[in-house]
Design a binder for this molecule. Structure first.
Ligand SMILES: [Zn+2]
Length: 561
């Protein structure tokens, strides 16, 4: 089960590449927002650089096509009672990215390995001039408030309208955003962009692998493609791919047509690992298909089972150069492959107690326990205590658990490094993620919580900020095998081992690592773990669909009960 180890490709060369990237500035004075004000000096220098880059473009006899980039990126867990607000969008996925606008979108993304970075480098590679608008992407939470969606959608359209000239639009949309009014809000974003810019402007959309794709959005887009991999190590590649197709569309080289097939099933997230059977052969088939000259893109998206909407479930989208019959035929072939593995998708995962027992007796360590019920990337609370309780109850040694608990962090900071710690931890966000657990120990360290991930990890994020965080050495620790609890004020997705290393925890020296995720953390944890166990723990991202009451999905989907 080897996830391909990739190194960041643009770290050292970013400066030289940046010089070749053409960015078109908005001609009117941009709306001032706090992030811009905070970096006014940087912004002014980037604006000057942007203008310098623009001048030669305007002097060319045939200026490059101008392509806008933007997106509202939200994976909505409709079972999470906590609604997503506008403020959640400004926090961002990594706690350090938030909503990025205009030139900041370029400067903050250029060294990352995410989809926006792919748009930027793809535009450079394929001769497009970029017009950056905004990309807003919070952590997964509950249904998006209408007010937040309307504010962001209006800003996106306003910024697009302010472009002096647009030949095409590249959008990054997660593919499973649900708002109070729109069960498939990604389609609503594209509908509004289409309405504003007419039926002929090329709109190429990149989705996350976990998109729940609808017929509506396939009709509204010129091309729709999604990440192929889970963990998502190809987020940047997908952006480059989209830019390449856009260049071919605006030059008149291709005329895309696309077909969608949705097998009548729930594809359990437990089997979303595209680097292992049973999904790998189907992912490989989609890659092979893209080698055919008439195939522009072939997407196999796993879907997102925590959104109770009609489009929930896996999807295949095949895009061809003006050959609808081929698109339909190949989409149906890949769809049949998905349907054909349904009998291999039965749930086999230990509960929290069994998982801790298995980890303690494995014989080779560390063992990574994937706390699937508290999958932060999937929209859970980040403060589940089911595994923490079992580790303490079974007197396991040498473990590390990360829990988001702002009040416990504050208490530990107040008492200071070296002081005793004795208070209830976790289980405070809602009543779905276990009871608070009394933890006794001492405050081992206080850290600023910032770290950088330069390697390619799930989603391609680079800059992370947990907030000021504390490490508690829990009673029962020995110098060789400490029991460590990392308490963070924010919910931080465990996509990077630097989350632990940055606070002095060395994962390879531990026996049991708990990661609050299902498949995505593998990209980081496979590098150190002797064994990975996915745990059927409770929570709003539990892997057992029988724990949820669906009301709006299509009837009789395989795998729901
Ligand atoms: Zn995803």
């Amino acid at each position: 089960m080897g996830i391909e180890r990739r190194k960041a490709t643009c770290n050292l060369s970013a400066t030289s590449r940046f010089a070749r990237i053409t960015v078109l500035q908005r001609p009117t004075r941009p709306t001032q927002d706090p992030s811009r004000l905070a970096s006014r000096a940087d912004t002014m220098s980037h604006m000057r650089l942007g203008l310098l880059l623009l001048i030669p473009t305007l002097l060319l006899a045939q200026p490059k096509p101008v392509i806008a980039i933007g997106g509202i990126v939200h994976e909505t867990n409709t079972f999470n009672p906590k609604k997503t607000t506008l403020a959640d969008f400004s926090t961002g996925i990594g706690g350090a990215d938030g909503t990025l606008r205009g030139q900041d979108l370029i400067t903050n993304s250029i060294k990352a390995n995410n989809t926006t970075a792919g748009f930027i480098h793809g535009a450079s590679q394929y001769g497009l001039t970029l017009y950056p608008t905004l990309v807003a992407g919070p952590q997964t939470l509950g249904t998006v408030l209408d007010s937040a969606f309307e504010t962001l959608a209006k800003e996106l359209i306003d910024r697009l309208r302010q472009a002096p000239k647009l030949d095409g639009i590249l959008l990054f949309l997660h593919g499973t955003m649900v708002t109070e009014s729109y069960p498939h809000a990604d389609a609503e974003v594209v509908r509004r962009v289409r309405q504003a810019f007419g039926p002929t402007i090329p709109i190429v959309v990149v989705h996350d692998f976990h998109a729940n794709i609808s017929e509506e959005i396939v009709k509204l887009t010129t091309v729709l493609l999604a990440y192929k991999e889970c963990p998502h190590l190809d987020a940047r590649d997908a952006g480059v791919h989209a830019a390449r197709i856009m260049a071919d569309i605006v030059s008149g080289k291709v005329k895309p047509v696309q077909a969608l097939v949705k097998p009548p099933m729930l594809f359990n997230i437990l089997y979303h690992n595209t680097y292992a059977a049973p999904l790998k052969p189907i992912t490989d088939a989609s890659k092979l298909l893209e080698k055919q000259p008439k195939i522009l893109a072939a997407t196999v998206a796993g879907g997102y089972q925590y959104a109770d909407i009609p489009a929930m479930g896996p999807s295949v989208v095949v895009v061809t150069d003006n050959d609808p019959t081929l698109a339909r035929r190949e989409a149906e072939r890949l769809g049949a492959m998905l349907w054909g593995i349904r009998d291999q998708l039965t749930l086999k995962a230990p509960n929290a107690a069994e998982a801790v027992r298995l980890a303690m007796t494995n014989g080779q360590w560390p063992v990574a326990l994937m706390d699937a019920g508290d999958n932060i990337g999937g929209g859970s609370a980040g403060d589940s205590t089911f595994l923490l309780a079992e580790l303490m109850k079974q007197k396991a040694e040498g473990w590390v658990v990360v829990i988001s608990d702002p009040s416990a962090v504050q208490a530990a900071i107040r008492s200071g490094v070296g002081s005793a710690f004795d208070m209830p931890v976790g289980g405070k966000t809602d009543n779905l993620h276990g009871d608070s657990q009394r933890v006794k120990g001492r405050v081992k360290g206080i850290h600023d919580g910032r770290f950088v991930e330069t390697a390619v990890r799930h989603g391609g994020g680079r800059y992370w900020d947990m907030g000021v965080s504390v490490v508690i050495e829990v009673e029962g620790s020995t110098p060789d095998l400490p029991n460590l609890l990392l308490l963070t004020p924010k919910r931080i997705i465990p996509f990077s081992l630097n989350q632990l290393i940055s606070v002095g925890i060395y994962p390879e020296r531990m026996k049991i690592l708990v990661a609050k995720g299902t498949i995505a953390p593998r990209a980081a944890y496979e590098g150190v773990a002797a064994k990975i166990i996915e745990v059927d723990s409770g929570g709003v991202t539990a892997v057992n669909p029988a724990r949820f009451e669906y009301k709006h999905i299509r009837p009789n989907l395989f795998g729901v009960k």
